[in-house]
Design a binder for this molecule. Structure first.
Ligand code: NDP
Length: 369
């Protein structure tokens, strides 16, 4: 779905998940336009995907699917036209297979055609961390504006994929205790704080379900299967939904509010339903929409494109510092615009206005088509 190239080449992630359909890809691409505009980088908005289910597939099957996917996609993408990245079900491994097939078909080493690449062939340090770290930088800045900090807070993070695992790590680094996390089979809660080394090992290395955590950790850690409870029933000070769209509904929002949550920051794309967002607003809970809070991933993808274009490689520290500065800038843009439009602290309003104005100005400047 190539939605807008007013600001730069179409840019957004490719998703492999059985739930993918055209409607989902369209809404994600639409949101991506404004998110990318908020980063201040020269990137348009797009999104892609397939209802292919990678679960349970062998490495060879994944490779062959990625190659087939690129056998059609290659004619639509390129450094100056459309630069896809990863999303749910598409990580560095899948990007590598797609990049290899693009190179094979075009006979070109066009590093800037895909982002999220491996470090050995044009990837950027800090790209894997960027979305999760970025969401936490945003959360910290938002809390600071309110005289608070993540230090000492209990944080619940849904999902245990790329965004969630890195968000947990950064929040813990800033002094938070991760009280709960999940995958599509259910959630785990650990009052002692989730052992990050153990959960990384289970999800990233062994690729098992979260129930293994409760089985191995023992003590008070518990697993609650999907359908018998929600991660949002676990009391926390800050909630980071980092799994998928519409995973946090009105009921969940009321439960979070009743337990005294102070801030909800979307690491995923539109995980909170509009009704849930209304509850947060009425209860005076700080709320950061994904198009602002999870923009760190695509912003770092743009930094990867910069490195590819200049045939350069930046250090982790340099890229991470740029990421943090971008997230603070996005936060401040949203906050200042919410004040200018008479609803201070309404980050959703600030993000929508900020993203829209930049795209609209560029479209007008480029002339009517
Ligand atoms: P991953 O595939 O790495 O992880 C997704 C996680 O969410 C997994 O733990 C998965 O569990 C869980 N999950 C998926 N569907 C459901 C469901 N229906 N119910 C409960 N849990 C579910 O994806 P990412 O971490 O990359 O992406 C997560 C979200 O962040 C998406 O909304 C994505 O669009 C958004 N995002 C990602 C960016 C990135 O840089 N990766 C950038 C910006 C936004 P299981 O393993 O059981 O399927």
């Amino acid at each position: 779905m190539q939605f807008s190239s007013a600001l730069g080449p179409f840019k957004g992630g490719i998703r492999f998940h059985p739930s993918v359909n055209v409607g989902i890809v369209k809404f994600l691409a639409f949101q991506q336009v404004f998110k990318n505009a908020l980063t201040g980088m020269p990137i348009g908005g797009g999104k892609g995907g397939s209802d292919f289910d990678p679960k349970g597939r062998s490495d060879g099957e994944i490779m062959r699917f990625c190659q087939s996917f690129m056998t059609e996609l290659w004619r639509h993408v390129g450094e100056y036209t459309d630069v896809p990245a990863g999303d749910i079900g598409v990580g560095q491994r899948e990007i590598g297979y797609m990049f290899g097939q693009f190179k094979r078909l075009t006979n070109r080493y066009e590093a800037g055609v895909l982002t999220g690449k491996g470090l050995s062939y044009g990837g950027s340090l800090a790209r894997s961390e960027a979305t999760g770290y970025g969401a936490v930088y945003f959360a910290q800045r938002m809390l600071e504006k309110n005289g608070q900090s993540l230090e000492g807070m209990r944080v619940s993070v849904s999902g245990t994929g790329n965004v969630a695992l890195h968000a947990m790590r950064k929040a813990a680094e800033l002094g938070a205790t991760i009280t709960a996390c999940s995958d599509s089979s259910g959630y785990i809660a650990d009052p002692e704080g989730i052992d990050l080394e153990l959960i990384w090992n289970i999800k990233e290395i062994r690729r098992e379900r979260v129930i293994s955590y409760a089985q191995e950790k023992g003590s008070q850690a518990k697993f609650v299967p999907k359908g018998t409870g929600s991660i949002w029933d676990v009391p926390c000070d800050c909630a980071l939904p980092c799994a998928t769209q519409n995973e946090l509904d009105r009921q969940n929002a009321m439960s979070l509010a009743a337990n005294g949550v102070l801030a909800v920051v979307e690491g995923a794309n539109m995980p909170c339903t509009p009704q849930a967002v209304d509850v947060f607003k009425q209860a005076g809970i700080l709320f950061a929409p994904g198009k602002a809070a999870n923009a760190g991933g695509v912003a770092t993808s743009a930094l990867e494109m910069q490195q590819n274009a200049s045939r350069d490689t930046w250090s982790f520290e340099k890229t991470n510092q740029r990421l943090e500065a971008i997230m603070i800038d996005i936060h401040d843009q949203c906050y200042n615009l919410s004040k200018e439009y008479d609803d201070p602290g309404n980050y959703a309003l600030g993000a929508n206005v900020g993203g829209f104005v930049r795209v609209a100005e560029a479209m007008q400047a480029l002339g009517v088509v």
